[in-house]
Design a protein around this ligand. Structure first.
Ligand code: ATP
Ligand code: MG
Length: 559
């Protein structure tokens, strides 16, 4: 729906590096990549990484590859790979050429491992996983060499070939890089680069029973694709020496450089696929695209726009310092995008019945969909004897400063007459169940004579309104950083009131709205017809995307 591209990029340290690299002729064109593992749906943190990598390629007229890091067959699926492609496209980006897969390079990766063995830089180890942990040492204690570390090249070549041929059980052997067990960087203490794992792979099926490790695979994949700037999150900073070691020791001409930036943490939610999967599996949400989820598909279903998410990414910037961001930054960006593009219509979500005692029949008035954007068109606003208004727009006794309806008071009905409340009808429990009101017939599009009416409220004519399911969302968690405390299960902080479903009413102009149509429901917020459950002309379902800022006060004066 929204089509505006994000405005001029904000400078950051990565752009400064690229500018310098281009200026000194190190590259004449930049190549980046976005390298997700297809083990879940993408979340808002990935959106930041996508906007960064694809955004750089766009700004510098370079290219950005989409490369699946598919080296963990047990956790990966085609559903995830498909959803990731859909999300990247929906965000407004297109990768260069075909999708790439780390598994495209399995043969090459194997050959490079043989090269390392031949150079005496890799060996097959028989230590169990537990022994290996023990030999690895700690942050304060150097590791010890494995007793298998000094196997001959010939023996290693033979054992590695037999690992590949399936002669050993899962976990019985690993291929390790031979670096330095005393390194102060634990990642350099002879990391495993191949392990035996009999698992069906989404692309290579059962062709392999050994799989390369991420650190080994990633740098080689980058080099084979001619990536110039390999951008990842800060937890990989300590892996950079390994990235460089692998490439320095192989006969590959290209040596991309790795740069790290801080991960996005969005308050009141979590950005970890593993934890999001837990919410899905435990049915604490309806699925990966539940509108409360910080996934790209969840944000989309809730009604966030791609342009709004790109603008959010631009505003939060890219740096190495903590990137813990308030939800208000996201909501502000979304609101700003929707402000200009969403037609304004009327819905009533907590209805209170009103009978107009001095009106018979029906009346109609034309009203624009947007006060500043007449090009969005107009529709008919119907008036009748039976109305509904928002229950909280009425107070029997007006509190100080009250601008809405009270017993004996007057308000303007949006796009319609001035109405006075003459009587509040109550049930046995004393609750107001209906208002009996009268209108000033002379006030359609005109101010009343001799008095000022300041308040404006919205309403629907019962005869013309359509029932709709309205889904209202609150934060998914009750605390800003639900997974900060490792001792406490983050699910403890799930907000039991994160979803409220109410039967409401909407004006008839939205009857045939397609799924994913966005509106402003005046005074209530921005809403989007649900991608899955809304049926044009049938069951109408709207998700509240975000509430409004107090924009209503500005417009309250319009008739
Ligand atoms: P998760 O922990 O959620 O699985 P991940 O980093 O393992 O995240 P990948 O699929 O490996 O997920 O990530 C693909 C790219 O997205 C990586 O380059 C990674 O650095 C980046 N990324 C992931 N999470 C964030 C985040 N919160 N902020 C910024 N970038 C992120
Ligand atoms: Mg990962």
């Amino acid at each position: 729906m929204s089509s505006t591209r994000t405005p001029a990029p904000v400078s950051n340290f990565i752009r400064a590096i690229i500018d310098a690299d281009l200026a000194r002729g190190l590259h004449n064109r930049i190549v980046t990549r976005f390298p997700p593992e297809p083990n879940g749906y993408l979340h808002v943190g990935h959106a930041k990484s996508i906007c960064l990598n694809f955004g750089l390629a766009e700004d510098y007229q370079g290219q950005c590859n989409l490369r699946f890091d598919d080296t963990n067959p047990e956790k990966e699926s085609d559903e995830y790979a498909q959803s990731i492609q859909e999300d990247v496209r929906w965000l407004g980006f297109q990768w260069s050429g075909d999708v790439h897969w780390a598994s495209d390079y399995f043969d090459a990766l194997y050959d490079f491992a043989v090269e390392l063995i031949n150079k005496g830089l890799a060996y097959v180890d028989d230590l169990s996983a537990e022994e290996m942990r023990e030999y690895r040492g700690t942050l304060t204690q150097a590791g010890r060499n494995s007793p298998y570390r000094d196997r001959t090249v010939a023996e290693n070549l033979d054992l590695f070939a037999r690992m590949k041929a399936g002669e050993y059980a899962d976990g019985a052997k690993v291929l390790r890089a031979k670096i330095d067990m005393a390194s102060s960087n634990i990642n350099m203490r002879d990391p495993a680069i191949y392990r035996i794992r009999r698992a069906h792979h989404i692309r290579t099926g059962d062709a392999w029973c050994i799989y390369p490790m991420y650190d080994y695979t990633h740098c080689i994949s980058d080099a084979l694709e001619g990536i110039t700037h390999s951008i990842c999150t800060l937890e990989f900073e300590d892996h950079r020496p390994l990235y460089d070691w692998v490439l320095d020791n192989l006969s590959i001409a290209c040596h991309p450089r790795q740069y790290e930036f801080s991960r996005l943490e969005l308050h009141y939610t979590i950005t970890s696929k593993r934890k999001l999967l837990q919410l899905v599996n435990n049915q604490q949400v309806s699925g990966w695209d539940d509108p409360r989820m910080p996934t790209i598909s969840g944000m989309r279903r809730r009604g966030y726009t791609a342009a709004g998410i790109r603008e959010f990414s631009r505003r939060i910037g890219v740096s190495k310092s903590g990137n813990s961001v308030d939800m208000a930054v996201m909501e502000g960006a979304i609101r700003e995008d929707l402000e200009a593009i969403a037609p304004r219509v009327v819905a009533v979500i907590h209805p209170l019945r009103v009978t107009i005692t001095n009106f018979e029949g029906a009346a109609e008035r034309e009203a624009d969909f947007h006060p500043q954007h007449p090009e969005l068109g107009s529709r008919v606003v119907s008036f009748g004897r039976e109305l509904v208004i928002e229950a909280d727009d009425f107070a029997e006794v007006a509190p100080p400063g009250w601008k809405r309806l009270s017993l004996g008071g007057e308000v303007r009905l949006r796009h319609s007459y001035v109405m006075r409340c003459d009587e509040a009808v109550k049930d046995e429990a004393g609750r107001v169940v209906e208002l009996r009101c009268s209108i000033d017939h002379a006030t359609l599009g005109k101010n009343p004579e001799g008095r000022k009416v300041r308040g404006v409220i919205h309403f629907l004519s019962c005869e013309h309104a359509l029932p709709a399911e309205i889904r209202l969302y609150d934060r998914l968690f009750t605390v800003p950083a639900p997974d900060a405390d490792k001792e406490v299960d983050f699910c403890t902080y799930l907000n039991p009131r994160s979803l409220t479903v109410v039967p409401g009413w909407v004006e008839s102009s939205v009857k045939d709205a397609a799924p994913e149509t966005r509106y402003q429901f005046e005074r209530l917020g921005y809403f989007c017809s649900d991608r899955r459950d809304h049926q044009p002309g049938g069951k109408l379902v709207f998700n509240r995307t975000v509430t409004l800022k107090d924009s209503w006060t500005k417009e309250a004066g319009s008739l």
